[in-house]
Design a protein around this ligand. Structure first.
Ligand code: BES
Ligand code: ZN
Length: 600
């Protein structure tokens, strides 16, 4: 398969059209005292333009110690230059090349506030005795811990040596993760080509439990047992995905459960999904997150968005596949409920977003790619694929997707390339129903086409009815059914109650359903939103504990946004944030600083 060429990536300084990095060799020491990674990166590259005389890399707040170029005549010091630091993109590192050079060595140290790393004090971990480090490279934060061509259009293989204090463990999204002994020096190899945003590293007091023949879970020792129980269906999920879309191509699939400050639900780092501990509900009710990150092993990691404007190719496909996996493993009722709740999320997002951000193929000119990471590409993208599935029929659509993943395996593609493939391999031929799919409307315009699929769930319809009854003062059937409901049904119930219930209603809800005490993070979140809106004081302490203890952006962002709507709420938010901020990840700090008007 020839490699496809993306248009210029707005979010990278790199020049892969002229000189393209192919392989990385990292040698890094994890210095918890200085909160820095220190070492070197050797980048082997290929010239695509024989006349090219400069390699341009992305960096962000890296302290560059020295740069050498290497060729047939060995290493030689280079007259490198660091450009101005753009607030979104960081600084370009330009390295002049001699004619035979095919590699560059950069000696560097990461900055103390590297946007892609979080350094945790022992107090911020479950064990309280050892520090912890983890990376989060998507979308453009890899450049804050490795000088790279930080565009998803460029894929590299890598090898790495990582040194830690001798009683800690280092992990990477690669082969070589230890399942037993420690010693302070770890070697990794990533033989499959990946884009920089999928590079990942972590270090801390981390244990391991196997889940299946090719999967396992890493977490702090006091968490790893619970995590293994929660994720015990992982191998089943892998088998389901393989039946649908072809072999798993990354050898192992392990999961690392991070401390609660991890700003996302999950991150699909190849071979080693990073996950929030807030999905450890004790009853597997939130494991769709694992189905989601696993699904990225096909949509995203195997076939990758070429630019951040094509992000929906990663997330929309993955959300669709996530639900197919859930359907295989947990049945169509569960998958149907997730699709309906997702459709509600989409509606909420549509009510909030500007027209330009309702477009799947989004224009991010002059913006941080994180601004495009709303629910829209996930849910509108998934709905688009579901619409295609309904029109084509499952069998045909499954075959189409399977071939699509084969055809573009280990490549990065644009929306236009997907559309061309879709036209040729699914929409072409017989025409009729499929010829009517409004592609342009679905992908390039705001809103949702009237012809889109309409997910429905009998369970959730019944729960919505119970919520209506409850709101009208009839506490049955909710009161007797709630204890039997699944997490999804409980969420639907809460969503269908008045957005800002009266003080009396909140008190009744809490008395009957023990919501303030819920240990399910999704339910607690939904409840706390209502509690803020209705000014329900008995939940105050829980809200503070939640916001200080958890740094997952999906939860904390709406809660702070809700708080600042009133003057008293704004004061409370500022007070809570003063305690919470030191524990938040740089990405979460950035988000909440914006909501509270910075600095705090
Ligand atoms: N790749 C994303 C996380 C991400 C997106 C990080 C954009 C940075 C920028 C990951 O696969 C994801 O979608 N995570 C979701 C969970 C999922 C179940 C919807 C999350 O973190 O909420
Ligand atoms: Zn995702």
């Amino acid at each position: 398969m020839t490699e496809t060429f993306a248009p210029r990536d707005l979010h990278s300084h790199a020049n892969p059209g002229e000189v393209r990095v192919r392989h990385l060799e990292l040698d890094l020491e994890v210095d918890f005292q200085r909160r820095a990674l220190r070492g070197s990166a050797i980048l082997q590259f290929e010239r695509r333009d024989a006349a090219a005389s400069v390699l341009r890399l992305d960096t962000r707040s890296l302290d560059i110690r020295g740069v050498e170029t290497g060729g047939p005549a060995g290493w030689s010091r280079a007259a490198w230059e660091l450009g101005p630091a753009d607030p979104i993109l960081g600084a370009a590192l330009s390295v002049p090349l001699r004619s035979g050079d095919d590699r560059v060595r950069v000696a560097y140290t990461t900055g103390p506030a590297a946007s892609g790393l979080q350094w945790l004090e022992p107090a911020q971990t479950a064990g309280k005795r050892q520090p912890f480090l983890f990376s989060q490279s998507q979308a453009i934060h890899a450049r804050s811990w490795v000088p790279v061509q930080d565009t998803p259009a460029v894929r590299v293989t890598y090898e790495a040596t990582v040194r830690t204090p001798s009683d800690l463990v280092a992990l990477m999204g690669a082969s070589g993760n230890p399942t037993g002994g420690r010693g302070g020096t770890y070697r990794f190899r990533m033989p499959q080509r990946i884009p920089a945003y999928l590079m990942a590293i972590a270090a801390g007091d981390i244990g391991f439990e196997p889940l299946g023949p090719r999967s396992g879970v890493y977490a702090e020792p006091s968490v790893v047992g619970r995590a293994a129980a929660e994720f015990s269906d992982t191998e089943k999920m892998m088998e389901a995905a393989e039946r649908l879309y072809g072999p798993y191509r990354w050898d192992r699939y392990d999961i690392l459960v991070l401390p609660p400050s991890f700003p996302f639900g999950g991150m699909e780092n190849p071979r080693l999904t990073f996950a929030t501990p807030t999905v450890l509900a004790g009853d597997k009710s939130l494991v769709a997150l694992i189905a989601h990150e696993l699904a990225h092993s096909w949509s995203g990691n195997l076939v990758t968005n070429a630019t951040w404007s094509d992000f929906w190719l990663n997330e929309g496909f993955t959300t669709y596949i996530e639900r197919r996996i859930v359907e295989e493993v947990y049945g169509s009722d569960t998958a149907g409920m997730e699709a309906v709740l997702g459709r509600q999320d989409l509606e909420e997002e549509l009510a909030r977003l500007d027209d330009r951000d309702e477009v799947l193929h989004i224009d991010l000119t002059g913006r941080d790619p994180d601004e495009g990471a709303t629910r829209l590409p996930y849910e509108k993208g998934a709905l688009f694929l579901r619409t295609l599935e309904e029109l084509a029929g499952r069998k045909r659509f499954d075959e189409f997707l399977r071939r699509y993943f084969d055809h573009f395996a280990f490549q990065s593609i644009t929306t236009a390339e997907f559309v061309a493939y879709l036209r040729e391999h699914l929409l072409g031929g017989d025409g009729s129903k499929l010829a009517s799919v409004p592609l342009e409307e679905g992908i390039e315009r705001p809103g949702v086409p009237a012809s889109a699929a309409q997910p429905a769930s009998e369970n959730l319809r019944r729960v919505a009815h119970a919520a209506e009854e409850w709101t009208r003062g009839r506490c049955e059937p909710a009161k007797s059914d709630f204890p039997r409901w699944t997490t999804h049904e409980r969420l639907q119930f809460l969503r269908r109650l008045p957005a800002a219930p009266s003080a009396e209603q909140l008190r009744d809800l809490d008395r009957d359903f023990q919501l303030t005490r819920s240990t399910n993070a999704e339910i607690a979140f939904q409840w706390l939103l209502m509690a803020i809106r209705g000014g329900y004081a008995p939940a105050d302490a829980r809200l503070e504990e939640f916001l200080v203890g958890i740094g997952r952006r999906k939860f904390i962002k709406p809660l702070y946004e809700e708080l600042v709507k009133s003057e008293a709420g704004r004061r409370r938010a500022a007070e809570i944030y003063r305690k919470a901020r030191p524990g938040y990840h740089p990405i979460a700090v950035d988000t909440v600083d914006r909501i509270l008007g910075s600095g705090a």
